[in-house]
Structures are given as structure tokens and as C-alpha cells.
Write a protein that binds this ligand. Structure first.
Ligand SMILES: [Zn+2]
Length: 121
């Protein structure tokens, strides 16, 4: 991944750290209580682009974190290990994971249509 930053302004959002992260609570804090999301293992998919319901379901069914995160990359590994919120937007995919003391770490992936190349770096 290329862009990683700690979002201090989101410090007030409280999620339980570790394996018992309450994604629903975190997502409600970030996107409002009406935001829909899907849990896939340790990952939580928030779809803000304009796919049809069927396409969204297919995306959730086919979600493979190793296509987004590179297990050989030190900055990607924590996302794979701890899980993350994956936010699909029209122009980019953002991944958000909880850092120490309630901070967030964000990774951005440009939307790469028609290719299954994994992110690296
Ligand atoms: Zn990386």
C-alpha cells in the first residue's frame, strides 16, 4: 500500500481493541447508525459505491482480503492479522483498522477495474 496515516481526529471513536472489535459500533460512529455493512470474518465491508444489491452480495461472497493486502508487506500485515473495515467508494477502496489508544490507521487503494493485481508496497 502507498498511503498510510494515523487519523488522530477520529480519536474519540471508541472501538474495543483486539479480536472483540465491535465493528457495528465503530461504523455507526463513522457513518451514522443507518449505514449497512457486511461482516466477512475479521473484516467488515462498507459499500458506498453504487453497485446493485446483487453485485454487493457477490462482492461480499467473493471477498478475499489477500487480494487487497499483501502478506509480505509490513504495513499490510496488521490489516490481515487484526482485520479491518474495508470501505468501497467509487474512486478508491479505503481500509481502516484500529490502532493503539483508539486511533485509526488508514490505507487507500485506487480502484483497479478489470485486474486482480494485489496491492503491494
Ligand atoms: Zn502494503
Amino acid at each position: 500500500m502507498k498511503a498510510t496515516s494515523t487519523r488522530k481526529e477520529l480519536e474519540t471513536v471508541k472501538g474495543k481493541l483486539g479480536d472483540e472489535t465491535d465493528w457495528g459500533e465503530v461504523i455507526a460512529s463513522l457513518f451514522g447508525p443507518k449505514q449497512e455493512w457486511d461482516a466477512v470474518g475479521k473484516f467488515c465491508l462498507v459499500q458506498l459505491d453504487d453497485l446493485s444489491k446483487d453485485e454487493q452480495t457477490e462482492r461480499v461472497d467473493n471477498f478475499d482480503p489477500t487480494r487487497l493486502f499483501d502478506n509480505n508487506c509490513p504495513c499490510c500485515q496488521p490489516f490481515l492479522v487484526k482485520g479491518a473495515i474495508v470501505i468501497y467508494e467509487p474512486e478508491a477502496i479505503h481500509a481502516l483498522r484500529l490502532g493503539p489508544k483508539g486511533t485509526f490507521e488508514m490505507a487507500a487503494f485506487p480502484v483497479d477495474r478489470g485486474s486482480s493485481k494485489t496491492a503491494s508496497g
